[in-house]
Design a protein around this ligand. Structure first.
Ligand SMILES: Nc1ncnc2c1ncn2[C@@H]1O[C@H](COP(=O)(O)OP(=O)(O)OP(=O)(O)O)[C@@H](O)[C@H]1O
Ligand SMILES: [Mg+2]
Length: 410
């Protein structure tokens, strides 16, 4: 197993998650899945592993990453392109038919620059301003796909980024367009009898749930089964570290591996890979036993230049929340970061919020705290630790807490 910390991992480099793979595959028999989570927790790697398992069971699978799409038409042509790619392994005649049908479809989208190879760049306008055009075309595309193969798994990665782009680029109509998109997805797609066996796995790292709640359209995603990727158990984390160590001929006993896991505290594989990576470097530089280098390995991740991943956690708040809420969330996290044990709501967090928003009544302040607290719980910034007898909000990822503290100190 190679020590890869960054791009999606596949094959032998994809460790564990067997139970989740089986569970997701089972869920897909009946439901579509929405897989949300912070950056780098392995969504894409997992989505691809799931596609591989589904393909082995006879599903036809396609993956589209819609992070760069800036219109509904762009979304449809991405999907069409993925469909065409999936068809290239089929007989020539089938492929030609598919391309012909796709070419017609794409020309129906107003002003679209056809993105399918072999199709002339087309910019065909049909009746200016027909807002529904793209939904009809998108539905027709799905029907075309369903006609070729019954069981499809469509993996759409980074959908929330696309929807945030629609909102940010179009202050007037953006929210309505997102609602239309999600309504199409929930109602129109479901109404297509031909697509009854089509399943969707949607994933993303910016909160789609926050977006729909903020704009009062939570109903649009309530047919998706919401899933998250939990951190590894200590045992699986230790196994992974030892598999990595074995590959690099490093002796890492179980006690040292456990110490590394506890330094990370929230053993998502990415952070284990990162710390292991630094540990490898320090081992060759300093020649000390691994157990004596864990602290330094974690410390190295917090330094400017190495800490890009931690910045994402901060940026994500700015992306999802308005300015006031972002500042409040930052202040709450700043307070919780002071000690590894976290902070109490009654004595620290709530009073902090009331100082910042003196105009709020007690009830309103409490309500505000609960809303923000739940977002921070859901997005795995912190968790409610009851182990001391009183509830404390504590950072999940200990290196993130230390980074937060370092960054906010002079
Ligand atoms: N099952 C796994 N086994 C080993 N390493 C993993 C696994 N899943 C994730 N990783 C680690 O996490 C890194 C990021 O994985 P991936 O790109 O799949 O995450 P992501 O959630 O899609 O990230 P992003 O939000 O940035 O798109 C990998 O480079 C690898 O270090
Ligand atoms: Mg990804």
């Amino acid at each position: 197993m190679d020590n890869i910390a960054g791009p999606p991992v596949e094959g032998d480099n994809f460790f564990g998650r067997e139970t989740e793979l089986a569970r997701f595959l089972d869920t897909l028999q009946q439901h579509d899945i929405l897989l949300l989570g912070p950056r780098r927790i392995g969504k894409t790697s997992f989505g691809r592993a799931l596609m591989k398992n589904a393909a082995a069971q006879g599903w036809q699978v396609v993956e589209v990453n819609v992070a760069s799409c800036d219109s509904e038409a762009g979304f449809v042509s991405k999907l069409a392109k993925a469909f065409e790619d999936a068809a290239t392994s089929r007989p020539r005649q089938f492929l030609d038919q598919t391309r012909k049908a796709l070419s017609k479809l794409l020309q129906r989208i107003e002003g679209i620059e056809a993105a399918v190879p072999g199709v002339a760049k087309a910019s065909v306008r049909i009746g200016a301003g027909k807002a529904e055009d793209w939904t009809a075309t998108a539905s027709a595309l799905l029907q075309l796909m369903a006609a070729q193969q019954q069981r499809w798994l469509l993996y759409v990665d980074e959908l929330p980024i696309f929807l945030y782009t629609l909102i940010n680029n179009d202050p007037q109509q953006g929210v309505a367009r997102v609602r239309r998109f999600l309504d199409w997805f929930r109602n129109d797609v479901r109404a297509l009898a031909a697509c009854a066996q089509m399943r969707w796995l949607i994933s993303g790292s910016v909160g789609l749930d926050t977006l729909v709640q903020r704009h009062g359209m939570a109903d649009t995603i309530n047919t998706l089964k919401l899933e998250r990727l939990e951190p590894f158990s200590e045992a699986v984390a230790v196994d992974m570290l030892q598999a990595l160590a074995g590959h690099y001929a490093i002796t890492l006993d179980a006690a040292t591996a456990r110490a590394l896991v506890s330094a990370v505290q929230w053993p998502q594989p990415y952070y284990l890979q990162r710390v292991f990576n630094t540990l490898r470097r320090l081992l060759s530089e300093r020649g000390l036993p691994p157990a004596e280098l864990i602290e330094a390995a974690v410390d190295a991740l917090l330094q400017p230049g190495e800490d890009n991943d931690f910045h994402h956690w901060e940026q994500r708040l700015h992306q999802q929340l308005d300015t006031t809420d972002t500042e409040l969330a930052l202040a709450l996290l700043g307070a919780a970061a002071q000690t590894a044990a976290g902070a109490r709501a009654e004595t620290t967090l709530l009073p902090l919020l009331q100082t910042r928003l003196p105009e709020l009544s007690n009830d309103a302040a409490r309500h505000k705290f609960i809303t923000l607290r739940d977002i921070l719980l859901r997005d795995a910034y912190w968790y409610a630790d009851e182990s001391s007898g009183t509830r404390r909000y504590r950072f999940c990822l200990e290196p993130l807490r230390r980074w937060w503290l370092r960054r906010n100190s002079l």
